[in-house]
Design a protein around this ligand. Structure first.
Ligand SMILES: *[C@@H]1O[C@H](CO)[C@@H](O)[C@H](O)[C@H]1NC(C)=O
Ligand SMILES: *[C@@H]1O[C@H](CO)[C@@H](O)[C@H](O)[C@H]1NC(C)=O
Ligand SMILES: *[C@@H]1O[C@H](CO)[C@@H](O)[C@H](O)[C@H]1NC(C)=O
Ligand SMILES: *[C@@H]1O[C@H](CO)[C@@H](O)[C@H](O)[C@H]1NC(C)=O
Length: 190
């Protein structure tokens, strides 16, 4: 099943794994996911988005195209590819093109893993909304002040604990040295 199908529009990476086609595309671009192995001799073509549960997107069968109740605008593109206008990062995921063959033919399924890059403009917008100023600043300040003694006591406990561990290690070592000395003395006596 190693057919290499590349979509010319706006795709940065296009490689083929044994059964999953990996596609990477820019945010806001229009993309057509390929349906490999399509020819004229089919009974139906159905596009799905795979997730926790698979959902139908569009289906073409008996000369009719039927859209499912999918969560975004999508339609058939060239060669029964899946046309997704203005893609967003939420559109990332695994898609499946299922070809139902006519009698004597063979059904085929292809998976396409679409990755949509973070939108630069969106990042900028969230950065702006994330700076409301005074209230937030005060909140974080009072939080740090409150957290400080707790943190110090934790550090104190840690230091104490470490000290105890080191002490016990040292004393264990001393005991062992003493024992060794004793046994040596015993041996010398014999
Ligand atoms: C898929 O399931 C996981 C865990 O059950 C859930 O956290 C996640 O939101 C689900 N994803 C979708 C797209 O429903
Ligand atoms: C399509 O989905 C919307 C919400 O996702 C829902 O309100 C509507 O009833 C659905 N329509 C059909 C025909 O299932
Ligand atoms: C889909 O693509 C993403 C990003 O390239 C990758 O992390 C993920 O492992 C891929 N999933 C599969 C099933 O190939
Ligand atoms: C934030 O701090 C300013 C001065 O430091 C103070 O006047 C204001 O009341 C504080 N706001 C809140 C919500 O604590």
């Amino acid at each position: 099943n190693g057919a290499v199908v590349c979509v010319s529009q706006l795709l940065l990476v296009c490689s083929v794994a044994p059964s999953v086609i990996q596609l990477q595309a820019d945010c806001s671009s229009d993309v057509t996911l390929p349906c490999p192995g399509i020819n004229t001799n089919f009974r139906s073509v159905t596009w799905y988005k795979l997730g926790n549960s698979s959902v139908g997107i569009v289906r073409h069968s008996a000369g009719q195209t039927r859209p499912y109740n999918f969560s975004r605008t999508a339609s058939f593109g060239e060669e029964y590819g899946l046309f997704l206008p203005r893609i967003r990062p939420e559109d990332s995921g695994m898609y499946e093109c299922a070809i139902g063959a006519n009698v004597g033919g063979k059904n085929s399924n292809s998976k396409i893993n679409l990755t949509v890059e973070e939108c630069v403009s969106q990042v900028y917008l969230t950065a702006v909304t994330d700076t409301p100023g005074v209230t937030n600043a005060n909140l974080t300040c009072s939080l740090t002040v409150k957290d400080l003694p707790v943190m110090w006591s934790i550090v104190g406990y840690l230091v104490l604990g470490l000290g105890k561990i080191i002490l016990s290690l040292i004393s264990a070592g001393v005991v062992r040295v003493i024992q060794i000395n004793r046994s040596r003395r015993k041996q010398r006596r014999w």
